[in-house]
Design a protein around this ligand. Structure first.
Ligand code: UD1
Length: 338
């Protein structure tokens, strides 16, 4: 229904901000909940520039149950909540496991308590293909086994998924979608919002754009001796705007479902791209040369993983609209502007 309120935790972050824009585009009224620990307050103004509407936001830590309850009680009629707020760096999670469990699981507990307290019945959860761990096959469906996590970050995603599933079993009126993202890249075509990594990026795409800009001297490709077409890792890179649109569809799906339950969806393009292919495509589309070298493998990397995203396509009536080249162009456009 037009104008319905949707709460968005982590709504100033990379995927969150793009989702807020798409919620506006679809006629909803998103309300951002973000304490800006890993995002910038000016993102709110940028969203307003794109949508011509100033989003409502609350600078609240999702672990703070008192503050979350005080705020959510004003939105008892909200259609649902999309929960992005979480720590997300694999390497950092190994150094700071307590922080990761406390923040990622603690925030979810607070959110679930608030939803129950105020009778909000739809939850969209930001999960990751990391739950598949060391896969048996390169392509994974939602039925592929969830493997033992190789990092505290991965384990928090597995644990949060389980908690939401148990909650859906316990509460008849509560429905959820668990969205397992593959590798989000790209930025809004306007160049006004995009990924803002703090410090040295861990992920490939911001490392590429920062190298192209001269912030980093050179990119290291982590291994070219994998059993893949060119020896480098294969991933499924999805444009962040396509990913954002899937959240809106997931919410509509929950709203339309007569029977409340917990559903899982892979969100990827279904296409695998190697690290070298990504670098070459980036150079070609943006007409530049990237300084890179082949280095040793990174511990914990799986050789290849990409999505079977047929379930999301069918059930959510969703499909990717942007190409890999669009994403690489938009990432570079964004980097140049920051
Ligand atoms: C992983 C998780 C993903 C999680 C993300 C959070 C899996 C399969 N994926 O993504 O769910 O959300 O971490 O950070 O577990 N690379 C380089 N050089 C670099 C950086 C990366 O060669 O400087 C390579 C990596 O070896 C990898 C690819 O680029 O093959 C993508 O890496 P990255 O962007 O870090 O994402 P994943 O590790 O795939």
């Amino acid at each position: 229904m037009q104008g319905e309120i949707v709460l968005v935790t982590g709504g100033a972050g990379y995927i969150g901000s793009h989702t807020v824009v798409e919620l506006f585009n679809a006629g909803y009224t998103p309300v951002i909940i973000d304490d800006f620990r890993n995002s910038q307050p000016w993102v709110i103004d940028r969203i307003a520039k794109i949508t011509k509407v100033a989003p409502i936001f609350h600078a609240i830590d999702c672990q703070d149950q008192t503050a979350v309850f005080e705020m959510v009680k004003n939105y008892k009629n909200a259609l649902g909540l999309i929960h992005f707020a979480a720590d997300k760096a694999v390497g950092e999670s190994v150094q700071k496991p307590v922080q990761y469990y406390q923040n990622n699981i603690g925030s979810l507990c607070t959110v679930l308590n608030a939803l129950k307290e105020f009778g909000i019945n739809n939850l969209v959860f930001s999960s990751s293909c990391t739950v598949y761990g060391e896969t048996d096959t390169p392509v994974v469906t939602e039925q592929s086994p969830v493997k033992k996590a190789t990092s505290p970050y991965g384990d928090t995603k597995i644990t949060c998924e389980k908690l939401i599933q148990f909650n859906a079993e316990a509460l008849q009126y509560f429905g959820a979608t668990l969205l397992r993202y593959f590798n989000p890249i790209g930025a809004h075509p306007s160049g006004l919002i995009g990924e803002l990594p703090q410090g040295v990026p861990n992920n490939l795409m911001p490392y590429i754009t920062q190298t192209a800009k001269g912030i980093r001297e050179k990119l290291t490709v982590f291994g070219d001796d994998y059993n893949t077409k060119d020896g480098t890792n294969i991933r499924d890179y999805i444009h962040v705007v396509d990913l954002a649109k899937a959240h809106v569809k997931a919410l509509q799906y929950l709203d339309d479902s007569a029977e409340k339950k917990c559903s899982i969806f892979n969100l990827g393009t279904g296409k695998g791209t190697s690290v070298l292919e990504l670098i070459i495509a980036f150079e070609n589309i943006n007409q530049l040369k990237l300084n890179y070298e082949i280095g040793p493998r990174r511990i914990g990397d799986v050789a290849q993983i990409y999505a079977n995203a047929e379930k999301a396509k069918e059930a959510l009536d969703w499909a990717c609209e942007f190409t890999l080249e669009d994403a690489l162009k938009h990432s570079w456009n964004w980097e140049k502007g920051i």
